[in-house]
Design a binder for this molecule. Structure first.
Ligand code: CP3
Length: 349
């Protein structure tokens, strides 16, 4: 059964989209980063039959993975099932998922950067656009679909370091050793992700999210020069579309004043930041998304409710808050804890 989000009054905008635009909402919208994934037995059953990459490249299966969490929970949005590295593969970069992305030949030279072709989404990743069309046809009405991409600097981290890492030392030293090369790579990625996200919106995505998962590696000056400059370019290219833009900044408490000037609708933050302070620094022109610690889903039910109360108190009553975790849900989370979380957030209103 498709449960979908709690009903809004007929003809009104879904709560998730209204909150992105800082409009009043009938209930606090909630969705969960990595809501389609290994904590769900039905996702593990899909993965037992097909590897992750095949799952992302087969529209019927990627659509099924996207829809799985919506059947279990009254979520206020769906997020496309894919990966931030999928469009980079479409640009000819060879990589495998082990399970994190491992790039066969990390990008370190100007020749490699110059050789990266522009992305043409309909030609290079048609299966992503088809997945979006299938999800839109099948999702419960009133549950918007979020399209996404990696933010340019986060993609650079994987492309230069070549694999997941705590420090991303190779990527971070690249910024200092070869700053012009880094800027050229970021520029190409910024344009490719603008094209990719515009194509997703064209196929039916109703909001677009950029994941800056490794923002916290940088101090404010380098974040501003490299990561923010690139994401500004992507955001500017998408402004002509009428879909809300979300920029997720992981471990970015020290970057909020830099991010305040970015022309997007929503800033997503992790649990290390207090939402009251984030909203004060960002000002009234931004909505916020977050930021329960994924570890809080392991608390007893009563303590989980207290933790949710804490996030809601921090977020305050000014319109423009989307409830989420501060980062992706952990694979060993109890699916029943997610049900309790979603129901309690809606109950609180
Ligand atoms: O949120 C969702 O439900 C949509 C699906 C989604 C995936 N990856 C599926 C996935 C999304 C939005 C992403 C984005 C992504 N991918 C990010 C940004 C979000 C974040 O977590 O900060 C990053 C950094 C990646 C890169 C990546 N892909 C890593 C680090 C890993 C391994 C870590 C892990 O979770 O295992 C992946 C693989 C990946 N992407 C999996 C899933 C469900 C696991 C693959 C599997 O099923 O074996």
């Amino acid at each position: 059964m498709n449960r979908g989000a709690p009903k809004s009054a007929a003809g009104t905008e879904p709560a998730f989209l209204a909150a992105c635009r800082r409009q009043p909402v009938p209930h606090r919208p909630i969705w969960i980063m990595r809501q389609a994934g290994r904590y769900l037995p039905e996702y593990r059953a899909l993965r037992a039959k097909v590897d992750f990459e095949a799952l992302t490249r087969t529209p019927e299966l990627a659509a099924e993975a996207t829809l799985q969490p919506l059947r279990r929970y009254e979520l206020d949005a769906a997020i496309l099932f894919s990966d931030i590295m999928t469009p980079v593969q479409g640009m000819g970069v060879e990589l495998s998922f082990e399970p994190g992305p491992v790039v066969r030949e990390p990008i370190r030279t100007d020749a490699q950067i110059e050789a990266l072709p522009a992305l043409l989404a309909a030609r290079d990743v048609p299966f992503v656009l088809e997945t979006i069309r299938l999800v839109r046809a099948a999702a419960p009405s009133g549950t918007p679909l979020i399209g996404f991409a990696g933010a340019p600097f986060t993609l650079l981290c994987y492309l230069v370091s070549g694999r997941p890492s705590k420090e991303f030392a190779a990527a971070r030293s690249f910024l200092y050793e070869q700053p012009q090369s880094a800027e050229r790579l970021l520029l190409r990625l910024a344009d490719a992700m603008a094209e990719y996200l515009a194509a997703q919106a064209g196929a039916g995505a109703q909001a677009l999210m950029l994941f800056e998962s490794w923002a916290g590696l940088l101090g404010a000056p380098e974040f501003t020069r490299f990561a923010l400059a690139a994401v500004k370019r992507t955001a500017a290219a998408l402004r002509r579309l009428s879909v809300p833009l979300i920029y997720y900044v992981n471990q970015g408490s020290h970057l909020m004043s830099a991010v305040a000037g970015l022309d997007v609708d929503v800033i997503g933050v992790d649990w290390r930041s207090g939402l009251a302070e984030v909203r004060r620094v960002l000002g009234p022109a931004k909505a916020v998304q977050g930021n329960l610690d994924p570890a809080a889903l392991f608390a007893p039910p009563e303590e989980l409710r207290r933790q949710v109360d804490g996030v809601l108190e921090q977020a305050g009553s000014t319109p423009g808050h989307i409830f989420n975790l501060g980062h992706g849900i952990w694979p060993d989370t109890d699916p029943d804890a997610v049900a309790r979380l979603v129901d309690y957030v809606h109950e609180r209103g």
